[in-house]
Every structure is written in structure tokens, then in C-alpha cells.
Design a protein. Structure first.
Length: 269
């Protein structure tokens, strides 16, 4: 509730202020808190997953690692409102992976396995980790994707839901600014090595695969991401500078999920 100040003006609790919605490509959902953001993503995901199971008999989701998406996966495990998620009909894919063993703390799949795979009841044969330490990891994963998605009819042989995060530098998955993988138009999975990649080396899904998905959810939280969101909202940034801006579904839906801190445009920009 607003309280009068000594100068006769009102002050407001920040929780009462409706965050502004940046002009980003696709749909944009801005939550006051990270908990509310997680609620919004989880609610959309479970509806979408059930619809895919009704339509196709299964659902293919691709999950990213990182500090922003991991709390979503925890929410899927402990929230009683999400217990009806169709895990037994779910195929779980990994958006990108560091070239480290799964028991390394930097492994995306290692965290996802601990949170989701070990507790959801998803059948083992429907879990698809990236074997990133294998010399042919990119080709092996691409072949696995084509094999499993190929069971669907033409046009429906694509991922149903992709969860992405965004780095302060605008990278997403392991698609880093100025890396040659940004120009990939054919391969579905690529190795990412070299000076533009934050070590260690990576294996990542590419734009052709991600942009073919039925639904892409981009989760962005924290004030550190606000300058990048502001640059995107100003329009027409170069994807080589901000790789996230090349996420444009070909025949699907793109939705940004921001918390209030990430949505606030810095005055100095």
C-alpha cells in the first residue's frame, strides 16, 4: 500500500509496480519475481507437453543447463501441481554440453540427471545425453536426433519444446559471439572450440535445429542481463554480436520469460 512521504508524494513497494515489457521478438512474459517466472514457464510447459502427447503420443523436450533454467527443473520435481507431467512419454534432449565427464560439476547433463532423470520416472531409453567427450559427439547426437524424430510424419519431425538461457554477452546454448557455428545452415549439432568459446570446448544444437522447434522458451533473470535485453529491444542487432537474436522459429512459437530485474532498461543505455 502506498504511504505518503513528508513532501506529500507517495512511495510504493517495488512488488506493487508492474514491470515494463520490453519490445522483443515473439511473446514476452515479465514476472515480478523469479518464483513467478518459474510458475509461468512450468505452467506453459506442462500444457504444451500434454498437448503433444495427445497429438503425437510423445513429447520431445531439449533442456539447457545453467543457473537460470535449473530451478525450473527442480520446480517440476517438487511442485504438486506439476505431478501430472507426462514423463513416461517424454524424450529428454540436451541443448548443449561441455566436453567434460558427467560427474564433472560443469556438465549440464550431470545436473539435469541429478534433478530430473533420477527422480521423474522417465524411461532410461528416452533420455538422450550428449556424449561430448567422444571425438564424434556432434555427428552421433545428430544421428540420434534424426533417428528418434524420424518416427513422426514429415513436418512434425522436430523438437516440441526447447529451453534456452542467455549469457550477459548474448550467447545462447553454446553459440558464442563471432563463432563460425553461428553461420551453420545444415548441421543440427556442432562442436564449438577456439578462442571465441568460454572453456572448456562444447557441443551444441545449432540454429537450424533450435529454430525448427514447435516452442522455444528463453529464460532471462537478473539485472546483469538488463543491458543485453535493452540492446535487443532497440532492434536489429547483429546476431554475430548477440547470438540470441538469431533465435527465430520457422514455424513455431518464441516466448521470452523475464523477471523484473532483467526487464528494466538501464537509463544509461
Amino acid at each position: 500500500m502506498a504511504e505518503p512521504t513528508p513532501h506529500g508524494r507517495d512511495t510504493y513497494d517495488l512488488d506493487e509496480v508492474t514491470p515494463l515489457t520490453p519490445a522483443l521478438p515473439g511473446l514476452v512474459s515479465v514476472a515480478r519475481t523469479r518464483d513467478q517466472l518459474l510458475d509461468a514457464v512450468a505452467a506453459d510447459l506442462i500444457v504444451h507437453a500434454k498437448n503433444c502427447v495427445r497429438t503425437f503420443g510423445d513429447v520431445h523436450i531439449a533442456l539447457s543447463g545453467g543457473s537460470t533454467p535449473l530451478p525450473l527443473y527442480e520446480r517440476l520435481m517438487y511442485d504438486p501441481n506439476l505431478r501430472s507431467f507426462p514423463w513416461t512419454r517424454t524424450h529428454l534432449w540436451i541443448v548443449d554440453e561441455r566436453c567434460v565427464p558427467f560427474d564433472d560439476s560443469r556438465s549440464n547433463f550431470g545436473h539435469i540427471k541429478d534433478i530430473v532423470v533420477d527422480h521423474s520416472g522417465i524411461p532410461t531409453e528416452q533420455v538422450h545425453p550428449m556424449m561430448a567427450t567422444h571425438p564424434d559427439a556432434d555427428a552421433l547426437y545428430e544421428n540420434e536426433l534424426r533417428e528418434h524424430l524420424g518416427w513422426r510424419e514429415k513436418g512434425q519431425d522436430r523438437l516440441d519444446w526447447v529451453v534456452l538461457g542467455m549469457g550477459d554477452d548474448g550467447h545462447t546454448a553454446s553459440l558464442f559471439p563471432h563463432h563460425e557455428a553461428l553461420d551453420e545452415t545444415v548441421r543440427l549439432v556442432r562442436k564449438c572450440t577456439g578462442p571465441f568459446v568460454t572453456p572448456p570446448d562444447r557441443v551444441t544444437m545449432t540454429y537450424p535445429l533450435i529454430n525448427s522447434a514447435r516452442f522455444i522458451a528463453i529464460m532471462v533473470t537478473g539485472a546483469a542481463k538488463a543491458p543485453t535485453i535493452a540492446r535487443i529491444a532497440r532492434g536489429n542487432p547483429d546476431p554475430h554480436e548477440l547470438p540470441i537474436t538469431a533465435i527465430r522459429p520457422l514455424a513455431g512459437e518464441l516466448k521470452w520469460y523475464l523477471d523484473a530485474d532483467a526487464a528494466v532498461s538501464p537509463i544509461t543505455l
